[in-house]
Design a protein around this ligand. Structure first.
Ligand code: PLP
Length: 362
């Protein structure tokens, strides 16, 4: 059976060379006589994988020496809980931009901490169809951290500019991780669940400025203390070895086949332009959820049909034609094409042609 065009929001499409390599390695990994998921996380074979993964991440994002790269099980949601516990002590205030469903979760976690959450801007009243101009927001220099969700997976918006803050800037980059070059030195922490742009679900990758770890109070459970992850090289307990292995293969693909983040970014913009152009051409038929083009995500493109009765028809026809995962999140409705890094240009070209054809037939 031919593989279908995968537009799921996460877990999501992965690079074919990475999947094919994993197929082989699951049976026997690097002449060890056993499969990669059967190898001890304390073995040299796995240690090499972890070292290579971190080295690739450092090269791709040009991560400065004073940052640590960690893997934390439980995904981005676990990191939201950990950040609240580790960095928001009694009396402290964390400032957050509420730009969507996942920002709301980060806010909820800070509200459970000993400190308080200060929501500097919220798009809730617009059902998250807009983003603020970050230059117009005011931030507290003494905040425990300022938190922003760089790409709003559900609404389909994305920050193409980050706020300048004196307080450490914490970014949930789950759905646009490694999709564009970034100046990592501007961030206190960049974290994300890896299941969209980097591999299978279940873990978060965390890029954190080492000096921030010194702020973590004593007395936390060791599984919730990022200092322990740093000290033990993400192996205080058994990490998700398979997830880390797949992240390594995806980063390898990004480095060696795509050619790095500048090229990845250009390709992502090219894919986005195909759909944006279609929405412009057929603006009496399709309607992007995020009306301002400069706020739109190049990872999750959300749109509706003016005739909403046709939405279930188009989703069914698309599925039959091999385009999978286009149904929008239940809180937004409509359609969402998640066109992550590994979603081939060809998939987006074919989807665009399908959507154009649909207009002509209806
Ligand atoms: C932007 C963003 N943040 C956080 C999450 C939650 O991630 P996890 O399921 O890894 O906890 C998601 C999941 O889809 C997401 O899109």
């Amino acid at each position: 059976m031919a593989r279908k065009h995968n537009f799921f929001a996460g877990p999501a499409v992965m690079p074919v060379p990475a999947i094919k390599q994993a197929q082989k390695d699951l049976y026997e990994f690097k002449e060890t006589g056993i499969g990669l998921a059967e190898i001890s996380h304390r073995s040299k074979a796995f240690d090499d994988v972890l070292i290579e993964t971190i080295a690739r991440a450092k090269r791709l994002y040009k991560i400065p020496e004073d940052y640590s790269i960690l893997f934390v099980q439980g995904g981005a949601s676990m990191m939201m809980a950990i950040n609240a516990l580790d960095f928001v002590p009694e009396g402290a205030v964390a400032q957050l931009i509420d730009s969507g469903r996942w920002s709301e979760r980060a806010i909820k976690e800070v509200n459970r901490s000993k400190g308080t959450a200060d929501v500097v801007w919220s798009g809730k009243e617009y059902n998250y169809s807009k983003l603020p101009n970050v230059d117009e927001l005011e931030f507290n220099d003494n905040a425990a951290f300022v938190h922003i969700t760089s790409n709003n997976t559900v609404a389909g918006s994305q920050f193409h500019k980050f706020p300048q803050t004196k307080a450490p800037l914490f970014v949930d980059a789950s759905s646009d991780f490694f999709s564009r070059p970034l100046d990592i030195s501007k961030f206190g922490m960049l974290y994300g669940g890896v299941q969209k742009n980097l591999g299978p679900s279940g873990s978060a990758m965390v890029i954190v400025k080492k000096e921030l770890l010194e702020r973590i109070p004593d007395g936390l459970s060791e599984m919730l203390d990022l200092r322990i992850y740093d000290k033990k090289n993400s192996m205080y307990n058994t990490p998700s070895t398979f997830v880390i292995y797949m992240v390594n293969l995806t980063l390898k693909w990004l480095e060696e086949e795509i050619g790095g983040l500048d090229k990845m970014y250009a390709l992502n913009l090219k894919k986005q332009a195909l759909l944006n152009d279609l929405f412009d051409k057929y603006s009496d038929f399709y309607k992007p959820v995020i009306s301002k083009k400069e706020d739109r995500s190049y990872m999750n493109m959300t749109f509706r049909l003016h005739n909403q009765e046709l939405e279930s028809v188009i989703i069914k026809k698309a599925t039959d034609a091999g385009f999978i995962g286009l149904k929008g999140h239940r809180s937004v409705g409509g359609l969402r094409a998640s066109i992550y890094n590994s979603c081939p240009l060809e998939s987006v070209q074919k989807l665009t042609a399908f959507l154009e054809n649909f207009v002509h037939n209806h």
